[in-house]
Design a binder for this molecule. Structure first.
Ligand SMILES: [Zn+2]
Length: 188
């Protein structure tokens, strides 16, 4: 990653605690590292995929917003790093995600809706995540995730522990969480 693709480090005080932020460019995408030092020997790391509807609007269709809040709370206490990975809607983008939601309104599940739009269930890539972890000199870590695929994509790192993010299902996201668990292998 060349230095033009890496921003300065700035302070970001939040209601969860005081963090530092740094942005990383990947083509026309701008990702964010939100971190609290010291990392300690075994930093707690969360790779959070952008979900505007869940993270910002409080959508009950998914568990992203709650997962992000929990990760911020934990990392404010323990130290560590959140990579805010700007691949909205499992990387189909916001526009297509809204179309996928419209298909879900007609009864398709999250995977069927993606397929109908011509996408895979999951279009995410993780190259920039690897670059960001390398930038911070992280080799060994504890990963905050329910998604076993994220353990695979980070196979070049020593993941000493998987820390689950347990979110209570609600009436609106119960079916979505069920698909995540039963068809996408999430450990919920
Ligand atoms: Zn979401």
């Amino acid at each position: 990653m060349d230095s033009k693709s890496i921003s300065s480090v700035a302070n970001l005080p939040t209601k969860y605690g005081d963090f530092k932020i740094q942005s990383f460019k990947e083509g026309n995408k701008e990702h964010l590292a939100i971190f609290k030092e010291p990392f300690g020997e075994l930093p707690l790391v969360r790779v959070h995929s952008e979900c505007l509807t869940g993270d910002v609007l409080g959508s009950l269709k998914c568990d992203c917003g709650e997962q992000l809040q929990k990760a911020l709370e934990l990392i404010a206490k323990e130290g560590g790093l959140i990579i805010y990975h700007r691949q909205e809607g499992r990387n189909i983008g916001l526009f297509n995600k809204v179309n996928a939601y419209a298909l879900q309104d007609k009864g398709l599940d999250t995977i069927e809706a993606n397929h109908q739009l011509g996408f895979n269930a999951d279009e995410r890539t993780y190259d920039v995540v690897v670059d960001i972890l390398n930038h911070f000199g992280i080799k060994k870590l504890k990963l905050l995730t329910n998604n076993p695929k994220k353990l695979e994509v980070l196979e070049g790192f020593e993941i000493v522990e998987r820390v689950p993010l347990v979110i209570e299902a609600n009436e609106k996201n119960r079916d979505y969480l069920k698909v995540k668990k039963e068809q996408m292998g999430h450990l919920l």
